[in-house]
Design a protein around this ligand. Structure first.
Ligand code: C5P
Length: 243
């Protein structure tokens, strides 16, 4: 068996050493976790779907000139990516009130927000990924003011692209989370989109029925998670072949 060097194992993905310096292999597991790992299950087929959906989105973003770490999909569960220095911030863009926003501020779920809202969370499991401000990010040196500007501009562009993409197939993009990293190219350093974009990291509601087509089905014990992810893939016209 091919013994690859494992660089990092997270809740839903494993990173292995890549075939060339500066590359990694991102492996999508079937594990679903929520509430900072307090709820954990293995959902057959989830990794395959997220690998394929994330490939589709990252390829489109690359084609639009939004730089990402994605190089190409290798097989059903793995993709080749560029190695980046991950910024320890999760950037959330919200269009409709849901999730932690509704709990924190008492806004009713489903309320259309007057404009898209960007939030930042400090990636730290021990602290439960706390909400932080731009001031915290620059004061603690997690990103420079210029990097923060680039991150927010990317978040807005990605929101515009994804909102349109999903609207075209009858899905409302409620919110999503992205992670960003620094990529060094010669003597240039730039911010690129990293990690994944999938129904694990977005809230997606059917525009007609408001049915949830995302990880909230798992968080809220609704069942039908894989079926919902399959429906997202089907509407995007993505074929899940057996390779
Ligand atoms: O829980 P909350 O409402 O803050 O989540 C906002 C968005 O970010 C949701 O789409 C959720 O799926 C995503 N998220 C994520 N990973 C986290 C926290 C939130 O993908 N650790």
């Amino acid at each position: 068996m091919n013994r690859r060097r494992r660089i990092y194992e997270g809740k839903a993905k494993i990173l292995y050493e890549g075939p060339e310096p500066g590359t990694l292999i991102q492996h999508f597991k079937d594990d679903a976790t929520a509430f900072n790992n307090q709820k954990h299950e293995v959902i057959d087929g989830k990794g395959v779907l997220n690998n394929r959906i994330s490939e589709y989105i990252f390829t489109n973003l690359n084609n639009l000139g939004i730089p990402t770490h994605f190089v190409r999909r290798l097989n059903m569960r793995e993709q080749l990516i560029r190695e980046v220095d991950v910024i320890p911030i999760e950037l959330v863009v919200r269009n409709v009130a849901a999730g932690s926003l509704t709990k924190r501020l008492g806004v009713e779920e489903g309320t259309q927000l007057p404009r898209s809202i960007i939030e930042f969370y400090y990636k730290n499991d021990e602290l439960g990924d706390p909400l932080v401000s731009e001031e915290h990010i620059t004061a603690f040196g997690w990103a420079t003011p210029q990097e923060l500007d680039d991150m927010m501009a990317m978040g807005i562009r990605i929101n515009d692209f994804l909102s349109g993409l999903f609207m075209g197939v009858g899905i409302r993009l409620v919110d999503f989370k992205i992670e960003l990293g620094r990529l060094i190219e010669g003597d240039m350093m730039r911010i690129v989109l990293a990690d994944e974009i999938s129904p694990d990291s977005c809230r997606l509601w059917d525009t007609k029925t408001n049915d949830k087509m995302d990880k909230d089905r798992f968080r809220q014990n609704m069942g039908g998670m894989v079926e919902a992810y399959q429906e997202v893939a089907r509407r995007l016209g993505i074929l899940i072949e057996n390779d």
